[in-house]
Each structure stands twice: as structure tokens, then as C-alpha cells.
Unconditional design. Structure first.
Length: 188
């Protein structure tokens, strides 16, 4: 069996997603993933703590993209500009090469209550991180929390559109469109 070959982590992720789609998340075992990916279970565990982490790998980078946007915004940025900066920074995380993976990942998550809960918890954690970053930028409560939650709402709406099979717009385009809708809503 192959061990430590280049691309092993990505092969494990692709294999796991394929098996989750074929058999369901609960019915798929780490042993099945490892066998189909032609690695040992031990190799699987060098990359992932458990099979759920295959779907949630990269969370730190995802969170950091939002935080980098807030941190890199001009000192005089308004709360709305900070939100947009966070979203634009995070948009880079969602290139076209990730769309098929994201679509399949969401299909798996949608079928399992535990995975949906985990995703919500991770987004709640990100909201807390964003709220703290906004406070550090001088945005007081409750405004910091409102901006953080609004930022994640824009992200969620744009993401849900991006993974629709017929959608061809890029993630940054969808973020801009969703931000425009939010601005219009705030004015109206």
C-alpha cells in the first residue's frame, strides 16, 4: 500500500467524498476510505483525526482569510467596509477549482444532522473571531456582533448560490451581488 506519496491527503479527501456519496457518511468507515485510497488506516490518521475532519479540513485557513481581510483594511474603514474586506479576502478561498468539491461536500453535510451541527458550530466560532477582530478595530458592541453576523450571512447566501449546479458566476462576483442586496436592504 502507498504511504507518504505526494497528494496522499488530497487522494484521501477525494476518496472519502466519493464513498460518502455512494454509501452515506455514517456507513462509510475509515478502513474503507484507506483501502480505496490504497493507504493504511494509520496513514489516514496522520492526516485526519477522524472521518469528519476530511470535510472540515482547512478551517483555520478559512477563518484566517476573514480575519486577514479585517486586519488588512485601512485604519479608517467603516464597519461595512470591514465586512466587505473580510468577504473579499475569504473569496480567494473559493476558486473555481474548489467548486465541485464544495458542492459534493455540502451534499454530504446536508444529509447528516451531526455534520450540519458541526458546520454551524464552526461558523459560530468564526462569528466570535470576527466580532473580536471588529472590536479590536474600534467597533463597539452590539455593532461588532451585528457586522460579524451580517458578514457571515452574506457569505452563506453567496456560497449557497455558488454551489448550485447551473451557477457560472465566480464566488467574488456572488459576494459582490449579495453585498449589493444587503446594502439595498439597509437603505430600504
Amino acid at each position: 500500500m502507498a504511504r507518504w506519496e505526494p497528494g496522499t491527503k488530497e487522494r484521501l479527501q477525494a476518496t472519502a467524498l466519493e464513498l460518502f456519496g455512494e454509501h452515506g457518511f455514517d456507513e462509510t468507515t475509515v478502513a474503507q476510505i484507506a483501502a480505496r485510497a490504497e493507504v493504511t488506516e494509520r496513514t489516514f490518521y496522520r492526516y485526519f483525526a477522524d472521518k469528519r475532519e476530511v470535510l472540515f479540513d482547512g478551517q483555520h485557513h478559512f477563518e484566517q482569510a476573514f480575519l486577514d481581510g479585517v486586519g488588512g483594511a485601512p485604519d479608517d474603514a467603516t464597519p461595512t467596509e470591514l465586512s466587505a474586506a473580510a468577504l473579499h479576502s475569504a473569496s480567494g478561498f473559493f476558486g473555481e477549482e474548489r467548486r465541485a468539491w464544495a458542492r459534493a461536500r455540502q451534499e454530504v453535510i446536508a444529509t447528516d444532522a451531526g455534520l450540519r451541527e458541526r458546520e454551524l458550530l464552526k461558523l459560530a466560532h468564526l462569528s466570535g473571531l470576527l466580532t473580536t477582530a471588529l472590536r479590536e478595530r474600534g467597533i463597539p458592541d452590539p455593532r461588532a456582533g451585528l457586522v460579524a453576523d451580517s458578514t457571515l450571512s452574506v457569505f452563506h447566501v453567496a456560497f449557497q448560490q455558488w454551489i448550485v449546479t447551473a451557477e457560472t458566476r465566480t464566488f467574488p462576483e456572488l459576494v459582490e451581488d449579495t453585498l449589493a442586496h444587503l446594502r439595498a436592504l439597509a437603505l430600504g
